[in-house]
Structure formats: structure tokens, C-alpha cells
Design a protein. Structure first.
Length: 210
């Protein structure tokens, strides 16, 4: 089954026109075997500097890894661009006709940086509980994505690689596996090098609890 690109082009143009230049619409095609170039449609790509032919985001990898389950749409969460701007994002999963598999992802990213600056200027006048959750950075290519995932694995363990025990490294690598990092071409080489282990050891850590 393929995505109905004419329909999504029409929808993307309408959404971008409705909400203006700060609203980016991105469509990922998960029916293609080339997941490293999953972006097939972009409106207002200047928001995250993405273009047709660019690679997947974290949610794309998760959808591919767990394609036997239909995930819930992820709506109105915060993301961050590589240059530090904050976006309010929504991820909508497109299902096949049998509602059994995700075949595409429609992402909506609205740049709220200026709005947050206004909020910061007047927050002394309003009662507002600060949200401490760090926004997720939107990668521009698969290398950025893999580096983000590796950083997240180190943060999860809570210590630098030089101080990690075997159990720490197992935990970090299993996080990367669950996040779909090994779907990226040659990711095993980079991850094994980063953690200072052989590829044989790397894959033994993935299988340790199986």
C-alpha cells in the first residue's frame, strides 16, 4: 500500500496556509525500503531546515521498530531545532487500510519561540508552573539522530562512558536497540566504537536478556 501523496500535498498546503510561515508540515513515507530518506513532503521547511529526501526522526524509528503495534498519535509536545528554537509539535500516524501497520507519519511543527519570549517577559504577572521537561531536538539527518540517541543513552545511565561498568553499557545499548538505533545503516560500527567494545560484544549486549 502506498501513501496518497496528492491528498497529503493538499492537506499540507492548507495547514501551512491556515497557520502561516511558522507552521511546518512534514510527511514521512514508511512504505519505502529507504528509511534514511523518509521525508517525501515538506511545507515551510525553513522551520527545521528539512527538505524532501531528508532522514527520519525519533518517532519514525520507533514506528518502524514496533510496526506490529499501532502507536497512539503524539500531540502537542515540545521539540527543539538544532539552532535552539522551541516548537510545539504533533505526530500523526497514518495507518494502512486494515489498521494493522503504520505506513506514514504526518508531523506538524509550530515555532513558538517568540511566544515563549513574550511569556518570559510577562511571567511575573501570571501564575504558571514551569515545565522542566527538556524538549526533544529534531535531527536534520540520520547522523544527527544517531548522535542524539547515543547522548540520550549516556544521560539514561548517568555517567560518562569511561566510568561505565558492563551493566551500564548493557543498559545503554539496550536503550538504543529499543529506540530503533540499529535500523540506521552502519550504526553498529559507531555505537561499538563509542562504547569501546567490539561489534561481537555489542550484539551480545543486545541479546543479554533474550
Amino acid at each position: 500500500m502506498t501513501l496518497n501523496l496528492p491528498f497529503f500535498r493538499q492537506l499540507a498546503k492548507a495547514l501551512a496556509k491556515q497557520f502561516g510561515n511558522n507552521c511546518e508540515i512534514v510527511l514521512h513515507d514508511l512504505t519505502s525500503p529507504d528509511i534514511e530518506h523518509s521525508v517525501v513532503l515538506v511545507e515551510n521547511g525553513h522551520v527545521t531546515h528539512r527538505a524532501v529526501g531528508d532522514g527520519p526522526s525519533h518517532v519514525v524509528l520507533e514506528a518502524l521498530k514496533y510496526d506490529s503495534n499501532i502507536p497512539d498519535d503524539h500531540l502537542a509536545y515540545l521539540t527543539k531545532t538544532s539552532d535552539g528554537r522551541i516548537l510545539k509539535s504533533s505526530t500523526i500516524f497514518i495507518h494502512d487500510d486494515n489498521n494493522e501497520k503504520v505506513i506514514g507519519i504526518l508531523s506538524i511543527n509550530y515555532d513558538i519561540t517568540r511566544m515563549l519570549m513574550v511569556e518570559e517577559a510577562i511571567k511575573s504577572l501570571i501564575a504558571n508552573e514551569d515545565d522542566k521537561q527538556e524538549p526533544e531536538r529534531i535531527p536534520q539527518n540520520v547522523n544527527d539522530l544517531l548522535e542524539d540517541l547515543i547522548r540520550q543513552s549516556v544521560t539514561l545511565v548517568g555517567k560518562p562512558v569511561a566510568m561505565m561498568t558492563k551493566d551500564d553499557k548493557v543498559r545503554a545499548i539496550q536503550f538504543l536497540n529499543d529506540a530503533g538505533a540499529f535500523l540506521i545503516t552502519k550504526s553498529g560500527d559507531k555505537i561499538s566504537s563509542f562504547f569501546g567494545i567490539s561489534k561481537y560484544t555489542l550484539y551480545s549486549y543486545i541479546d543479554v536478556n533474550k
